[in-house]
Design a protein around this ligand. Structure first.
Ligand code: FE2
Length: 328
């Protein structure tokens, strides 16, 4: 038995990696994800994941338990504090939308859960019901977006930090006194997080742009009008077609994206048809930038950089759940 296992572990990878996009996107074949992946194959998949940022696996029919086991091979799975998940599998988010239940804020460029101090390293999605038309997922390489900048702008952005908040999810708590009380609890659990505007990927050490309209509130240490205009310039970067890759979903497809180096956008163009996906999220680490801490500004008036919400944050152990159900 021992010799057999050793042989299996030392054999060469069987998976085939085919690059699909210029800056991101590759298809992996030659692997059955319902089974534990042999270590040589897992190494090859991991390498392809960091290199191509988005991996596609077709025709993978897995039970929910098998799907979760597959996800765990990429790291610890986390529970989304605002999304609806399955009671017996809290790490599995069901994205089930149609005309009656449209998604919330997925049609905006973002990286998942940037409001966390340690945002996820990867997001895994599998399709269970695909619409007849539309419902693609667009992804953009924020590494390519950074590389495409004029060096003067690269240097300028690398000195900045941005404050992030779970701002879109605040809508879940509006309307009732109970809701507002819950919101205060969530603010304590997830205080605003400051991330570098130019993040360094922890594995390949490449620089990438790390702000998103879904979570970024402002650039630290500059005036409001400056912050707004800097962010507007950065928000346009994932919209450049050359940096994008588009996934056309088929049933039983699994994709995994590097949530550090990419942003994604899910158009609502399939409504009123039904689209049902299952998402897993892999724990990540604290983002770090290319430069040391930004020097303090000499401009004293109207400077953002202190925010009451940033200073709160006695982390409680139990997660408060949102009062309203979210459909995403
Ligand atoms: Fe997302």
């Amino acid at each position: 038995m021992g010799t057999m296992a050793a042989k299996r572990n030392h054999r060469k990878a069987r998976v085939v990696v085919e690059q699909l996009g210029a800056h991101l996107g590759a298809e992996i074949t030659g692997v059955d994800l319902s089974q534990k992946i042999a270590s040589a194959d897992m190494t090859a998949i991991h390498k392809a994941f960091v290199k191509h940022s988005v991996l596609i696996f077709r025709n993978q029919e897995l039970s929910q338990a098998q799907y979760i086991s597959f996800g765990r091979q990429f790291g610890e799975l986390t529970v989304h504090p605002f999304a609806t998940s399955l009671p017996d599998h809290p790490e599995l988010i069901v994205l089930d939308n149609d005309g009656e239940s449209p998604p919330l804020s997925t049609d905006q460029w973002h990286s998942d859960e940037m409001f966390r101090a340690e945002p996820p390293s990867a997001t895994i999605i599998r399709s269970t019901i695909t619409p007849p038309i539309g419902g693609d997922t667009l992804l953009a390489s924020m590494t390519a977006a950074y590389s495409g900048l004029n060096p003067a702008l690269q240097d300028f952005y690398a000195n900045l930090e941005a404050v992030n908040d779970f701002k879109v999810f605040r809508a879940l708590y509006q309307g009732t006194y109970e809701g507002r009380k819950k919101l205060v609890e969530m603010e304590e659990l997830f205080p605003n997080s400051t991330h570098p505007v130019v993040r360094v990927h922890p594995v390949n050490r490449k620089r990438l742009i790390y702000v998103s309209p879904q979570t970024t509130k402002y650039i630290k240490g500059v005036r409001d009008f400056e912050s707004e205009q800097i962010l507007q310039m950065l928000y346009q970067l994932p919209e450049v077609p050359e940096y994008q890759f588009r996934v056309r979903w088929e049933p039983n497809m699994i994709i995994i994206w590097d949530n550090r180096s990419t942003q994604h956008y899910a158009p609502r163009d399939y409504l009123p048809h039904r689209r049902r996906m299952e998402r897993l999220t892999v724990k990540g680490d604290k983002p770090f930038g290319a430069k040391k801490k930004m020097k303090s500004t000499v401009v004293e008036m109207n400077v953002r950089g202190t925010d009451k919400a940033e200073k709160t944050g006695s982390h409680r152990k139990n997660l408060a759940r949102p009062a309203a159900k979210m459909t995403k």
